[in-house]
Design a protein around this ligand. Sequence first.
Ligand code: COI
Length: 438
Amino acid sequence: MTYSTVPRALQFLRSNPLEVTLRRHSIRQYTPSNFYSNRELEQYASREAKRLTLRQLVFFGRSLNADKILKSANYVRTELPVRISHRLRDLQALPYVVVTQEGVDKVYELYWLAFEKFRQYPEITTLAENQKFCEFLQKLLDIHATVIPNLSLGLSLSSKFLSPDRLDSFMRRMLVSRISRRVLAEHHVALTRSFTSQQGQESDEPHVGIIYTGLNVKHSVERCTSLLRSRPPEVEHMGKIDSWPEVITDGHLDAQFPYIREHLEYIVFELLKNAMHATILKHYGKGPLPAIRVTVVAGENDIGLRISDQGGGLFSGGNTIENSNDLCSFSHVRNASRLEDQRIVALRTATEEGIRATVEEQVTRWKNPSSQLEKGKPLTATIEVSASLPRIGIGLPMSKIFATYFGGSLELVSLDGWGTDVYLRLPKLGTNLEDIEL
Ligand code: COI
């Protein structure tokens, strides 16, 4: 592969002075053409992932010392290539025509690079080496910000070559595994940050790494509502919108539980965005906008949220989808919107937007490490970046995957002609293992 045929995303990253890792690395050996020949990959892929529970992550991260930080670093260093190798094998099992599609080929190359880098990364034996390792992790996290739009684009374009079941189970494995890897990497970076106290106070709420030990659900709903009001959803053919449905929260308003705030808020943000969008489409300009109601319930084992809107339901108004599960499908057979031109264009923009946003974010972070970006916000802005990308149709499937990662669930009930109720259930005790396939 010559430089000029390297996918645009990699060209951009290679020419960016911040990204030394990729520039130094020849990507020739990772092209799909030498696809099936890698013994190291086989070795790693034959190992099982060492899955963790939320509770283990919290317990380990309490009362840190240098030994624990090094242990955490080396766990991440050795565990991530195993998890990546499983997904590389999955990619290799796809028909060749799929893996060479725009988007899928980029992800394949990114994962090969990451796999090789981890595999060759030497053991971390000092805190100074760990600092370098965290910088390495942070760069990878940033570079991989475009994985979801790229995968979604590639799988949409090639969905005619895969059965809907195969496509959806492949995507689920890819996405949940990606969440798991990002959790491990981000958690380790956050633990290191707390241990060395480089960044000062990151958030007012108590947390261990990226896990908020008493995450207040009502506060999360409020944060998502105000983020949405600052970036209102675009509503087709509506011009400028000047009023928004109110969000009323009721139920157990003081409910708290240990959870990854970024995950809860991604889900709530996406669900509220959909509810607002539907409410505006149905009612805007015809009278007062009916409120969206969020009911929070703290059960014995779970936290439950019901989000109810009066936006007309899921299956009225010419929607061709008949089953709420199909809304989460990446196959055009189940969800025809996957191949709409407008969406493909938006996905292509998203793959580039993601890179631009990520690089800008890196520049800000490097120039001003204690900037607002680092304080009280999700530890990477990736979720915010992807949450703010319009019309790419991944918010709902991703929300479902986030919900199920530690054993929760997300269900949609449509009252056609009236509105939609979404039921989110998240386990409260943190004792479920990560729901990733090995
Ligand atoms: C991803 O975001 O896709 C990852 O796998 C991240 C990991 C390499 C740190």
